[in-house]
Write a protein that binds this ligand. Structure first.
Ligand code: BG6
Length: 500
């Protein structure tokens, strides 16, 4: 593996993301022997820390045995993005660290801060001359989601970023693309002969994507109340899963070619006209309930949430992709907090055979074959099909061929952030979002956001915590009579929903 020398600058180094994801990912990469070059980590932020106190803070956030892996390489420089002088000080500090570590002038900036700070940091870096790449060196910037809060703000942010960085330097992250099973879907589709011939409107009846969480909003009410499920999950994670499922085979496995294909999917999403939104998008908010006998607060009772909040904690949507491959195939996506379980999966429902030879009496048609791509937990692939029940007659029973990643001995699934950080260090942007793709996803969800701002378009259903969301979402499924694949039953007997 080639050696990469660099300095990683984390903006927001004392925040949640750095503590829960970035430092553990760096530890994983270092422990796994993936970072073989010379490198250092420079934390920055408004919190007044120094190298010693930053190292102590970081040691507390990783497993005790791992603290030593990074400790000596960790440094800290206080920085307020609103103060241009702080960027001059940062530049000076980076020059010192670059000399000390012989990092080759390569710098990776990671914006792990609230989006309100993106613009001033990008500008501060640009004005301090930190974004330019001298011959033989690289400068890259990773920007977290949410990238904008609608089409106009995403465009404005792209403009600001691209004033100081070239597109090739910008790595917009969506951690779902770093999940092993998401990448595996590309391999399953494009490295096997058996799936691709079936992967189109002639054989697929519908595609269903669920990303359910059992947790509530937790301590993130400030952010979540302004975002809601559509901005928080659907515009990014779910549409990325749609792209990986629906894209055409790229010409090569190179970043530009792969991302050209995902962009085409987003550009082919059939826009929802204002009059179609109520019938195709269902939004909900969890209400108080009891889960396994324990009382659970409703969203409006959570700390920091107003009693009249109309932020959605659940969204389900049906749409179509207007292209040759997917014409007429409904895509259904749903996501929510306080659902019965934590699961993310893609379910490809295949068409039924044209003639049901083994119909028994008045038994209805056999269930359609399904390919279930389990993104998490219990990562794997399940193919469901009908086989004969042993004994007399020809009774068809649904069976499954089930692959679990956990069955591969000696294989550890790396965290999404490990994979994505390493890719960026190696300069591979395949699993990062390009400016045009981000704007195309916002262009698709923007009409829904606008419709929800209108009093007439703002129907919001309450669903008891621990249930699969409001019942009108069931009516999105087509053909009529089909159901979402529910990975488990509701956890509460009280499954009544209401309009809020
Ligand atoms: C984040 C959202 O992007 O993804 C969170 O902001 C959500 O609200 C999280 O909980 C889910 O990620 P994962 O990897 O746990 O499915």
């Amino acid at each position: 593996m080639p050696e990469h020398h660099f300095i990683l600058v984390i903006f927001g180094a004392s925040g949640d993301l750095a503590e829960k994801k970035l430092l553990p990912a760096l530890n994983g990469l270092t422990g796994g022997g993936f970072l073989t070059g010379r490198f250092a980590v420079l934390g920055t932020g408004r919190t007044p820390l120094d190298d010693r106190s930053f190292r102590a803070k970081c040691a507390a956030s990783v497993a005790p045995g791992d603290a030593a892996l990074l400790s000596d390489r960790l440094h800290y420089q206080p920085l307020n993005p609103a103060h241009p002088d702080d960027f001059s000080a940062l530049r000076q500090r980076l020059a010192e660290l670059n000399a000390e570590y012989r990092a080759g002038g390569n710098i990776l900036f990671y914006l792990a801060v609230p989006p309100s700070q993106y613009a001033s940091i990008v500008e501060g870096l640009g004005n301090a001359g930190l974004s330019g790449e001298a011959e033989g060196t690289w400068r890259r910037i990773i920007i977290e989601k949410p990238f904008g809060r609608d089409l106009a703000s995403a465009r404005a942010l792209n403009r600001q970023v691209l004033t100081h960085f070239r597109e090739e330097q910008v790595f917009r992250i969506d951690h779902y693309l770093g999940k092993e099973t998401v990448q595996n879907l590309l391999v399953a589709r494009f490295a096997n002969g058996i799936f691709e011939p079936l992967w189109n409107r002639n054989y697929i009846r519908r595609v269903e994507i669920t990303s359910a969480e059992s947790a509530g909003v937790g301590a993130r009410s400030g952010y979540y109340e302004q975002a809601g499920a559509l901005r928080d999950m659907l515009q990014n994670h779910l549409l990325q899963l749609v792209a990986v499922t629906a894209m055409e085979p790229p010409a090569t496995a190179d970043a530009w070619a792969v991302r050209n294909e995902t962009l085409k999917v987003f550009q082919s999403l059939r826009p929802l006209a204002p009059a179609e939104i109520a019938a195709n998008v269902v939004r909900g908010q969890y209400t108080a309930s009891r889960i396994r006998g324990e009382p659970v607060a409703g969203y409006r009772e959570e700390a920091g949430i107003g009693s009249d909040s109309r932020t959605e904690t659940y969204v389900a949507m049906k749409f179509f992709i207007d292209n040759w491959r997917w014409n007429g195939v409904p895509f259904l996506v749903r996501t929510g907090k306080r659902l019965p379980t934590r699961v993310t999966e893609i379910v490809v429902h295949f068409r039924q055979p044209p003639h049901h030879l083994f119909r028994q009496g008045d038994a209805s048609a056999p269930p359609s074959n399904q390919l279930v791509i389990r993104i998490q937990p219990d990562e794997g692939l399940l193919l469901k099909f009908g086989l004969k029940e042993p004994g007399a007659g020809f009774r068809v029973r649904d069976v499954g061929m089930d692959f679990h990643y956990s069955d591969l001995s000696g294989v550890r699934l790396p965290d999404a952030y490990e994979r994505l950080l390493l890719d960026c260090i190696q300069g591979d942007a395949t699993l990062y979002l390009r400016n045009d793709a981000v704007e195309a996803t916002w262009a698709f969800v923007d009409p829904v956001l606008r419709a929800w701002e209108e009093p007439a378009g703002s129907r919001l259903y309450g669903y008891p915590a621990g249930t699969w969301g409001p019942e009108p979402a069931d009516r999105l499924v087509e053909p009529a009579g089909d159901m979402w694949r529910e990975p488990c039953r509701n956890l509460t007997a009280d499954s009544s929903f209401c309009e809020l």
